[in-house]
Design a protein around this ligand. Sequence first.
Ligand SMILES: Cc1ncc(COP(=O)(O)O)c(C=O)c1O
Length: 493
Amino acid sequence: MNSREENAMHTHAEGAARIGIGDLRGEIVGIDTRVPLLDGTEKPYVYLDNAASTPVLRGVLRAVEEFLPWYSGVHRGTGFKSVLATGIFDAAHDAVGRFVGADLARNTVVFTKNTTECVNKLSNRFCFGPGDVVITTMMEHHSNDLPWRKNARVVHIGITPDGHPDLEAMKRAIAREKGKLRLVALSGASNITGLCAPVHEIASWAHAAGARIFMDAAQLAPHRAIDMLGDDDPRHIDFLALSAHKMYAPFGTGALVGPKEFFEEGDPDQVGGGVVDIVTLDRAVWNRPPHKEEAGSPNVIGGVALAAAAGILSSVGMEAIAAHEQEILSYGYAKLKKIKGLALYGPTDNLEEKVGVMAFNVTGMHHSLVAAILGVEGGIGVRDGCFCAHPYVKELLHVSPEDERVFTAEVISGNKSHMPGMVRASLGCYNTRGDIDALAEMLERVVKGDYAGTYVQDPASGAFHARGYEVDFSRYCSLATRPVQGREHSEAS
Ligand SMILES: Cc1ncc(COP(=O)(O)O)c(C=O)c1O
């Protein structure tokens, strides 16, 4: 029995009914939620922004509800609930390790708040010396780039014209940097093109050069089976990070998996309660990992939810999930390719090498305008912009250095109107051909200019909003106390 089957078995042992791939849509909390459109009608929401964050699985919610009466602080109390909660929380760590095929005798699972925190922690914990090198790629999310830049010299491997990391350049860089190279850090799957990198192959090159490998699995983990492999396999993954909110468990947890011996060495990057065995006025003796790396009271509910999600996904089967998503993705591309006036980014064939992300633009239209129309006239949730991967998006769009200089200066002066970008439709395990049909139908209209609203751009955010689309949000959710017009954030995943 492999570790993922073991995870699925644990889920059943915990009383969950077996659900299949066909049941997943019904298992999504809020799947039938209706949203208001510009014309005053309502429509069931079509959610195609799963690469940013996924909705909750009912099984995850059930696990949280079952746990809540027993909720208590962990690793601190002596009462029954505390002891019980500690056992469940510790087991949640193991469940996540099994989900990614980690050898738990030699590896530890550290809970954080998300992938970004995992990468920052890892970057701080590497204790890079002067001249130490991290190789990463132009394909990365900023979360797998900026934390390395903070502490090491970073070499960015370029991409091929269709968006893959350039493997020949990677090999050359690994050979060139040997001796100074401490880590190769790359994503398992891109949040822009969905492209999957051959991480195990690259791992063997990194190991041969005496370096380690980190896989940012934020986009891969919800879509594909992951096996970190045993530490004695040259293709094994040393470190891995993922986010629960992209795995149907958005309760604020991320997980960093890596060798125990790595985290046993050195000081934790954050200190305080929970990380120590004993403290004197001039000394602190660190606890063992993962406790050493989880400073302060942990997010127990988030950990329980993540483990429940891992169990459910394993039980459905990651192979079944991947096959379903591939089918919807190829249906999606078949539809989008027929729409004249759409530019599609990254490969649109050989879809087995990518997870369900489709990035596009409508020729001659601002990406944010297209996203706004899809939202308020189609009830379709997508994302637009540069998706926290500015270098990759600019490469895929062939932005010239001169254009980059101009809009960078504009952004610095507070105007994001001309920031380049794309629209992204991203799939989850529960999306259907019907969701794709809704997207394609609206895009057919958009390319023909067949939309009703007048849209105004806010220079500060770059976002467009429709004139007259004023919704009393408290009618939809009593927690909404103030209206939100358009996008108020600057840039997100
Ligand atoms: C590939 C990739 N890495 C890292 C992240 C960061 O994840 P989080 O925002 O959960 O920290 C994202 C988020 O979209 C991502 O897509």
